[in-house]
Design a protein around this ligand. Sequence first.
Ligand SMILES: Cc1cc2nc3c(=O)[nH]c(=O)nc-3n(C[C@H](O)[C@H](O)[C@H](O)COP(=O)(O)OP(=O)(O)OC[C@H]3O[C@@H](n4cnc5c(N)ncnc54)[C@H](O)[C@@H]3O)c2cc1C
Length: 403
Amino acid sequence: MRNVAIVGAGLAGFSVARRLRELDYTGAITLFGDEGALPYDRPPLSKGSLKASVDASGATLRPSEFFEENQIALRPSEPVLGIDTTARTLQLRGEAFAFDALVLATGATPRALPNAIIRGLHGVHGLRTLADAQRISQAFGTAQHALIVGGGYIGLEVAAAAAERGLRVTLIEAGPRILGRVAGPPTADAIRAAHKRKGVDIREGVGLSALVGTDQVKGAILSDGAHVAADCVIVGIGIDPNVTLAKSAGLATENGILVDPTCQTSQPGIWAAGDCAAFPMADQITRLESVGNAIEMGEVVAANIMGQSRPYAPTAWFWSDQFDLKLQMVGLSPGYDRIVTRPGVNPDAISHWYYAGERLLSVDIINEPKTYIIAKRLIETGKSPPPAQIADQSVNLKVLLKS
Ligand SMILES: Cc1cc2nc3c(=O)[nH]c(=O)nc-3n(C[C@H](O)[C@H](O)[C@H](O)COP(=O)(O)OP(=O)(O)OC[C@H]3O[C@@H](n4cnc5c(N)ncnc54)[C@H](O)[C@@H]3O)c2cc1C
């Protein structure tokens, strides 16, 4: 390969470019982005960045010199409009760009509320980009009452940030409980309790029926008929993978750009990584939306462009910061039939271990990074300590790693 093109200058695209150079790839690398910025990290956008004015430079993954020194041609304001898989060219605004290998790292787009609900009202925000975070942070400066739609991680983090900025906060979750898709009931209970202590009004099993206001949003009518005040609405109801480019080029898609175990799409020499990519894992097609996935999948793609034929077999991991809670998760819990609780060393720390029979599937850890490190090692190495030992605080977890 002499000419690698990467579409999407987010974390996954950046990870491919960086790892190619680390693997001594000497050909050309071109990284196409459409946000007009250096690649940056998204996690701070729903955490510290919302607490004050958003600083664009803080989240940048590397300074511009990194791209020059590593001869990565960054084109941050160059949306790729099409792919000709036969001619092996990308269609740009004014040129066709030839590639030998292509990586699609196009990310995802937040789901929006239906137009019939938004009705063009000002004050309704989604959160994916730095520009979104800057708008929300600014709105928090003058708003009195935030309504957060969606009780996933982003919604809960934004709710925490809004409460810390002094706003009155209502969060609604249409499903039966917060974090229904991503964490077990005891973890959701701990997070709910923390929000309650800080005055966030969480309403579960409640959807949004209408927004109230003429020009600027003023409030909302909920599915249970309740009215709430809201001069700022943040929508965190999930994301859809960006597959349009892949689909119109004839690549296979299924809730993401479909890839094989080596991250190659249905077209040889075209790869996908990050939030946009759906890959086989444990007999299922999986898509992960996390920093860990973007970095590690990008690195595997780079290795495979270099001919290593490495399968992508990740251990899922994630974290979330809300108020004084640091939540860390490793593994995937679907299929669990038992939850084992391990009290932490400090009263504000706890971990929940999800088992299917005797097999450990995943662990959620609150405020105990040392336990997370061991739990991650256990999951990565496929070890399943007996549940009774996990529940026994006197058992040193490090010992379980060695057994
Ligand atoms: C607010 C927020 C907080 C988060 N917090 C956490 C967290 O705490 N922990 C965690 O693990 N994960 C977190 N995540 C998720 C994590 O940030 C994502 O999983 C990760 O950024 C995915 O990287 P990506 O490169 O696949 O996609 P993206 O970061 O979305 O990058 C894709 C890029 O491609 C561009 N693009 C798309 N189409 C084209 C095109 N045709 N031409 C050119 N460019 C194009 C997009 O505009 C975008 O810039 C968070 C995400 C958000 C939004």
